[in-house]
Design a protein around this ligand. Sequence first.
Ligand code: BJW
Ligand code: ZN
Length: 237
Amino acid sequence: MGLEQAREWLANATAVAVLTGAGISAESGIPTFRGASGLWKQYKPEDLATAEAFARDPLLVWEWYNWRRELIRKAQPNAGHRALVRLEIQKPRFTLITQNVDGLHDLAGSGRILKLHGDIWRMRCTSCGSNWPDRRAPLPKLPPHCGCGGLARPGVVWFGEPLPDGMMQEAEHAAAEAQVLLVVGTSALVYPAAGLIPYAKQAGARVIQVNLEPTPYSNMVDCALEGSAGELLPQLI
Ligand code: BJW
Ligand code: ZN
């Protein structure tokens, strides 16, 4: 199934859900996690993206996030992010679900965004649990602290941690009621996010995937488009 067919499905749908991953921000200059030039080639997830790693060495983890915050701060949304803003305007029922923490969908102008893995621009106190926005990059002092004196952590979801309260249920609801699920720039390896693909399919949605390469779901989706999000999304939408 090719681009023309996918474009028609999308054009005719009134309820659309979109699931994005790091690949949509790659053309904005933000490194992905997996793949040849991905972050996990250089860094081990278990050393940086778990609560255990943070407990062991908060400074090391914060140095990594501080570096990523600086990279992301300089980045601008690309044609892929912008195409999704246009799609949202066209559709009576639209839900954007992202695994990204970079905030580029917000910057592009998307409305409500289900941020399954949190937000790199938020902080959370490991003592009192309060959370707040902080867009400074670089941060003036590492590791940052809360007003209560407790150690602050990035407002993101690490491996082994639950997703924000109720958010996965909202995402599943949107995936189930969608006529089309558009999956963009995710390796579809991280759960429960990747589970939205078979979930939507089982509920009757047509699933369109946009990725540079095949994923474990390429044979299950209705249309697997190989190419970059920045080029394909404006053609699809
Ligand atoms: C392009 C492109 C271009 C490039 N155009 N395309 C089975 C079921 C459920 C859970 C598990 C399970 N097995 C294991 C688990 C646990 C674990 C998991 O999934 N592990 C797998 C790796 C095996 N999941 C969890 O731990 C989750 N929590 C959980 O399950 O909690 C349960 C629980 C319940 C109750 C109490 C306690 C616990 C949490 C997962 C959190 C993931 N966190 C991270 C870090 C976020 C913070 C940060 O940014 O630092 O999230 S890991 C990282 O991976 C990040 C991403 O959001 C996530 C997904 O990556 P994504 O977006 O797919 O990026 P890539 O790099 O993998 O792929 C990029 C793709 O783009 C590639 O395919 C390219 O080809 C493509 N691409 N350029 C189009 N221009
Ligand atoms: Zn506190």
